[in-house]
Write a protein that binds this ligand. Sequence first.
Ligand code: F6P
Length: 543
Amino acid sequence: MSDNALPSQRPAWAALRAHYDATKTTHLRDLFATDPGRGTRMTAEAVGIFLDYSKNRVTDETLKLLLALADASDLKGRIHAMFSGEKINITENRAVLHTALRAPRGATITVDGKNVVPEVHAVLDAMAAFADRIRSGEWKGFTGKPIKNVVNIGIGGSDLGPVMANEALRFYAKRELTFRFLSNVDGTDFAETVHDLDPAETLFIVCSKTFTTQETMTNAESAREWSLAALKDKAAVAKHFVAVSTNAAEVTKFGIDTANMFGFWDWVGGRYSMDSAVGLSTMLAIGPVQFREMLAGFHAMDEHFRTTPFEKNLPALLGLISVWYGSFFGAETVAVLPYDQYLKRFPAYLQQLTMESNGKRVTLGGAEVDYQTGAVYWGEPGTNGQHSFYQLIHQGTKLIPCDFIAFCKSLNPVGRHHDLLMANVFAQAEALAFGKTAEQVKADKVPDWLVPHKTFPGNRPSNVLLLEKLTPFALGSLVALYEHTVFTQGVVWNIGSFDQWGVELGKALASKIVPELEAATEPDLKHDSSTNALITRYRAGKK
Ligand code: F6P
């Protein structure tokens, strides 16, 4: 497809539109009643992830048409282009090679004539050597004490992946080390992060691809001041600060020895970087061996995505089904509902991955789209969500496709807890799909006036992702699954999934406003009347 083409003009899209018009009211109850094999047929399994997609509002015909749309969008060719290092991030003229971060030693992936895999492994090896020194206590702080606390300073992709992985893999972590994540430029985040830490035992990882991000650099400077106020010697910085960045010049300027800098490359997008040096805090927590197991999980899903026919390809199926809801049913959100407490930050992580990637309104060629693109992703771990927002999913007016994520084995088997947890997963997916009819409610002897309130319409779609156990490998495969789901959506929508120009305007305006807030005398404000008035009020209020 040319960069300018609107996928909505393609015959494959028109065929789906006609199919949608013909089937949009078909109920999952009828689909299951007329097709007893559906629940076992509409499943796929790979890399330890079993996907049941039977409770979606799709038929075999829908899937055939979606797969035809994938072919018309040249999904296969686009996958090849990404994996082979073509510069598919066209607005930044960059390759998109997070898949190289987990390529095995010995693989060859070429960017601008250079094999990048040896560099990837050189950084992993340097991270591993550093992690071993910190974890064993061999690395000493400036006063000779071993490191007990690790604070990752970063934001967006330099924070959300590390935070999510730190929670997700806590079971495997070295518990003697404390991990904290400082991201917000709000001084409260800084104060609460360090308030009970001993500078002599604290290591800061300043994690920023660009090393110019305002929030991160402000927090890093405050951390350096806090550290030096106690340790009283500039030489202490080398023992208490390391950097993860692509910008060696700025790292040096900050005072960090580049020997303690772990690099990555411009072909790794921030939101696709948790398996690069950005994952240093993860490696410090779980150790190099388990970090590599996580990378193996990523890689296994990469290979599945790259080589498996789309009808059995988990990311392709999930991506196409989400396009069906977003662009045809007009569903605006997707709920991600992990039934595992360790995955409590997974929805927040997915928000940046999905929404920064596919929150786009023009095609690669710059034409405005006439269909819905990226959905709002959100969620909370089960069963907590059931007692807050599930009401709206079951009986509200909105169509909210759900992804349930669950594990057969608990890492913490306590009494009956896990069976109770899992019963809720299956019950929720069943209730959403089939609901409870007015007749069924009446049969419970409910008075007529109450029947509409107690009726569940059903026909609310969901996927269930079932894994054996939350391991580093499983987490890697799960994250890669969603990365490639996002890629599939972006290809079908013909949008650029790998830039994020939408964050720039606010950044530029904030830099202009900072001096206006800090000026000693009343500044000559030239914004709109609302912004001018707010700035004036703030200046008066902060005195
Ligand atoms: O929010 C915009 C963004 O550029 C993200 O894409 C990125 O993950 C984040 O800022 C942090 O950037 P950096 O790692 O360069 O500090």
